[in-house]
Design a protein. Structure first.
Length: 350
């Protein structure tokens, strides 16, 4: 199992700290550094900045929002980042949610599976440097009856194939990831509950005559090094409450639905109720410790090493950690402890 680091969102006053984390991960030999976007800073600019100040670590979007860019623009950005980084870019994609898609980008949140499938088709077609022609339900290139013509990407990516990852939560989207992607970007991944998720991915792989061999399973996992488990969990509660309670609408919150499928239906409903009532502190307090412990790495280095064994046994191939701590020094130390734990667990790849 390899290690990655997820830097999350930028622009919250911690940009210098995040760059320090990326540099430390690079020096430690981490495999990949991911960054995200929502409706603040964009991921592509940050990835270019990180790539310029690191040497070996891959850079990845987790994720580029599908409604934010045309598929051709995503292919252009991917090719550019791959070239600038000397072949270190990984393309993570996700449909975002209805509030961001429609409220920020003005793109209707409908048929997300069909749109994603066609989007990835066009990205791969463009990156292969063939002339792009596509007649889909959601995308038509060139537009019929107009002056547009079939065009070809004029930038040469370093690699013939840039790996594509899908951020997927629901069963159908997981199956799609197995069918059309090279990897899965997971959130709130629990080794105890992962069997159903990986079965959906495996179903998608079978449809194209493949199994999970070579498919990268990449959960983002909060890490807190602290021998007091309750105190460690406190640092993660706000993050869990934001997603379970505040991401999406009352009717359509993929993370809340995931928590329900994991057996936390009553607790998830309570967190959402409090969060939508703007009782954010109470919402965080309502996140059960069991959920945090199941989806995070908390505790002593020895406990973290044991938990890593469970992630590897569940099928994780790249474990992307997000250090949660009050200071930069503590976050940097969490990166070092995570690597030491991987080695102590006997999971470091030769």
């Amino acid at each position: 199992m390899k290690l990655g680091v997820n830097l999350g969102y930028w622009g919250a006053g911690n940009d210098a700290d995040n760059l320090a984390l990326a540099r430390e991960a690079d020096q430690l030999g981490y495999a990949v550094c991911w960054t995200a976007e929502a409706y603040g800073s964009d991921a592509a600019t940050i990835l270019a900045w990180v790539a310029a100040q690191t040497e070996r670590i891959d850079i990845g979007s987790a994720v580029f929002q599908i409604p934010a860019r045309t598929p051709a623009m995503t292919a252009m950005t991917a090719a550019t980042l791959d070239s600038l980084s000397n072949g270190r870019f990984r393309l993570g994609l996700g449909v975002s949610g209805p509030q961001v898609s429609e409220g920020w980008h003005g793109v209707a949140f409908k048929s997300p599976l069909g749109r994603t499938r066609e989007y990835v088709d066009i990205v791969n077609l463009a990156l292969s440097r063939k002339r792009v022609s596509y007649d889909g339900e959601h995308f038509k290139l060139p537009l019929p009856g107009g002056p547009g013509k079939k065009l070809q990407l004029i930038v040469h990516p370093i690699r013939e194939h840039i790996p594509i990852y899908l951020a997927a939560v629901g069963p159908k989207n997981l199956e799609l990831a197995g069918r059309i992607a090279d990897g899965w970007l997971a959130v709130f991944f629990s080794p105890q509950y992962a069997g159903e998720q990986l079965a959906a991915i495996e179903s998608g792989r079978k449809q194209i005559g493949k199994d999970l061999t070579g498919f990268d399973v990449v959960p983002t996992v909060p890490v807190v090094v602290d021998d007091d488990l309750e105190r460690a969990a406190e640092q993660i509660r706000w993050y869990a409450a934001l997603y379970i309670g505040g991401m999406g609408s009352r009717e359509q919150n993929f993370y809340n639905q995931l928590a329900c499928r994991m057996g936390f239906a009553d607790e998830a409903a309570r967190v959402q109720e409090l969060y939508l009532a703007r009782e954010h502190r109470n919402a965080a307090a309502a996140v059960p410790f069991e959920f945090i412990d199941a989806t995070s790495l908390i505790g002593t280095p020895e406990r973290i090493a044991e938990r890593m064994k469970a992630y590897a046994a569940a099928g994780v191939t790249t474990l992307s950690v997000t250090p949660f701590a009050a200071t930069l020094d503590e976050r940097l130390q969490a990166l070092r402890v995570s690597l030491d734990a991987l080695r102590a667990a006997g999971l470091e790849e030769a």
